[in-house]
Design a protein around this ligand. Structure first.
Ligand SMILES: N[C@@H](CCC(=O)N[C@@H](CS)C(=O)NCC(=O)O)C(=O)O
Length: 214
């Protein structure tokens, strides 16, 4: 059984994707809290010794450092036979939603939430632009989960784990009250939270938190 170490910070939904997947697959990991707010991932030393892409999360697997949540989730799904695709068509769908999530939903939500809640001087015009884009992405997801219980049909996959990560944080951090604005997304988040072993990010990822300005 591989031994895992996860370099993370608690507000990182990307870290949560891996923490949740490992937990739902019955695996444990050593949490390695990382001073993202203090700028450690921007240092030359961290990039040389931990991740040349300068990003959190990093999953160490028996000492090998892996980055980028999408390929890691695909690998874990194959390894544990959980939350993966069961046909060529499903695999295509899985990749379609993972790419959409990384580029659009997580890409914009992570940045918007960070600027809105964890910085002091976000440019209102930039926030407005991100919010407008997110409203569009969330309306796409809302329609999809009105018609489907999960991203791909009637069972949860790593596409759901990836897409739910940033949306499940407290409303006052991302600024959406999904129960009111996006009831189908709210229902889908609640379905995901009933998976055996499910835990929230702030339960799975301990340690010092970023200052919350909202
Ligand atoms: N596509 C990457 C995204 C990782 C990512 O953007 N992580 C954030 C923290 S949650 C980060 O390290 N950002 C640093 C930056 O954008 O410079 C993944 O899925 O792992």
């Amino acid at each position: 059984m591989p031994s895992y170490r996860l370099h993370y910070f608690p507000e990182s939904g990307n870290s949560y994707k891996l923490a949740l997947m490992l937990t739902l697959c019955g695996q444990t990991f050593e949490p390695v809290w990382t001073d993202f707010g203090g700028g450690v991932t921007r240092t030359e030393e961290w990039r040389r010794t931990v991740n040349p892409m300068g990003e959190i999360p990093v999953l160490e697997e028996d000492g090998e450092r892996l980055t980028q949540t999408a390929p890691i989730l695909l690998e874990l799904a194959a390894r544990y036979g959980r939350f993966g695709a069961t046909s060529k068509e499903e695999q295509f769908e899985l990749l379609r939603w993972l790419f959409w999530d990384n580029h659009k939903l997580t890409g914009y939500m992570a940045t918007y939430r960070f600027m809105r809640t964890f910085t002091t001087s976000a440019d209102p015009q930039v926030l407005k632009h991100f919010r407008r884009r997110l409203d569009d992405f969330l309306s796409i997801l809302e329609l999809h989960v009105q018609r489907n219980a999960f991203a791909i049909g009637d069972k949860p996959t790593i596409a759901d784990i990836s897409m739910m990560a940033y949306l499940h944080y407290p409303s006052d951090e991302h600024g959406y009250d999904f129960a009111t604005s996006h009831p189908a997304i709210d229902g889908w988040l609640k379905r995901m939270a009933t998976l055996p072993g499910w835990q929230s990010a702030y339960d799975l990822l301990p340690g010092k938190r970023l200052t919350h300005y909202a």
